[in-house]
Write a protein that binds this ligand. Structure first.
Ligand code: FEO
Length: 401
């Protein structure tokens, strides 16, 4: 295939991945800006391929490799992570290139076996092991549960470059290969969204990993993740973002998520937002009509409060909220206070079921579910405003503790 070329990343490393401009849903994570599957070719005495791409992009990756060297010259492949956006192309690449070895973590070897990669080729590297591959020096670090049990990263000593697989990534399709060529605030949002949706359940492990990296005393000139731009300048910016997000330090900020049938629950949400704002609390209002669960998770990162507004339909919680709350509960957000609310017409189970979700997430409830029959009048809206004000007061009190 013609039309695709590699991009040099550092002295020995070339980007040979693929840009997925069209993906809009990445296993339930909305990706309005698409993504990239980054693979890298390390050109020492012999070429080493670092990770591969999602299966439909294999020809594009092989073409980029071919712009640097004959793919048949690749004797070694490193698979840092066996999720299929990186390993999906591996069986075809192995069949085509016939490498001497595919290196993966111990768990990675098992996963690749279960993905039907010929085990003859696959070997495990140990945590902390250093290998000379293609004449260059790689040190491997296991990063279990960041974000899969098999995950690992490697450090290429000669280029002071970290291949961080999913770590320090973002879902962003761009013609720019480097972070210093992208808009900073857009990148910060996409990186935060990625952290909130992929890494949040493992935030304590992120903190430990960053401490471990610091303890190694290595100089990191470049971070080359498997998604999004490469950090060839100021990689400390990304490291610092992760260090901060991993703390889940609650801000004086509240998230209100709601859905509505006839605008009454929406009206309640707005009055609660007003009460929060009057107390000096920043508010993110997330209407589930038109918002994705991934956007909700992003807003929740670092928030101090979560308020959920649900109408009642067929004796239950509104389905969009059941979806989004199930999703964010799985991400295990910490340090939240909150409450449920909602308008109803007949039986009114929605707010109570929203409250049950909050309890199951470990959210500290500041008030019982605020239920309103049909349309809120002035008195009801005043109660909504008071609820917002109460949450704001609690957030300020907590900040002062
Ligand atoms: Fe980008 Fe966990 O795969």
């Amino acid at each position: 295939m013609a039309g695709f070329e590699a991009v040099r990343v550092s002295e020995h490393v070339f980007w040979v991945g693929a840009i997925d401009w069209s993906v809009r849903d990445f296993h339930g994570y909305s990706t309005p800006r698409g993504t990239t599957y980054n693979a890298f070719l390390v050109m020492g005495e012999q070429p080493v391929l670092v990770d591969t791409v999602k299966a439909p992009f294999v020809a594009e990756m092989m073409a980029r490799i071919g712009s640097v060297t004959d793919p048949a010259n690749i004797k070694v492949i490193i698979s840092h992570h066996s999720e299929m956006d990186h390993s999906g192309a591996l069986p075809e690449v192995v069949a085509t290139v016939k490498p001497e070895k595919v290196y993966a973590s111990v768990m990675g070897v098992k996963n690749l076996h279960d993905q039907h990669l010929d085990p003859v080729h696959v070997a495990a590297v140990k945590d902390g092991e250093t290998l000379k591959l293609g004449g260059l020096t790689f040190t491997f670090l296991e990063t279990r549960m960041l974000h899969w049990p098999d995950s690992m990263v490697s450090y290429l000593h000669e280029d002071e470059l970290v291949f961080s697989q999913d770590g320090f990534g973002m879902h962003l399709a761009s013609s720019a290969r480097f972070a210093d060529e992208c808009d900073l605030s857009m990148m910060e949002y996409e990186a935060k969204k990625y952290f909130a949706n992929i890494l949040l359940p493992y935030a304590p492990l992120v903190t430990k990993l960053l401490e471990r990296i610091k303890g190694l005393g290595i100089n990191i000139k470049t971070i080359a993740p498997d998604h999004g731009p490469v950090w060839r300048r100021n990689p400390a910016m990304m490291l610092n973002w992760w260090a901060e997000w991993a703390k889940q330090r609650p801000e004086n900020r509240a998230v209100i998520v709601y859905d509505t049938m006839w605008q009454s629950t929406a009206l309640m949400a707005r009055a609660i937002a007003d009460g929060l704002a009057s107390g000096g609390t920043r508010v993110s209002v997330v209407p589930m009509q038109g918002s994705s669960r991934a956007e909700l998770a992003t807003e929740l990162l670092g928030a101090g409060a979560l308020l959920v507004g649900s109408p009642t339909i067929n004796n239950g919680l509104f389905p969009s909220l059941a979806d989004s709350l199930t999703y964010v509960r799985g991400l295990k957000p910490k340090n939240l206070i909150g409450a449920a609310f909602g308008s109803y017409g007949w039986s009114g189970e929605g707010p109570g079921q929203a409250e049950d979700y909050l309890k199951s997430m470990g959210v500290e409830l500041v008030a019982p579910a605020l239920k309103q029959k049909f349309v809120p009048d002035d008195a009801a809206l005043a109660r909504c405003r008071e609820l917002g004000s109460l949450v704001s007061t609690r957030l300020r009190e907590r900040a002062g503790r």
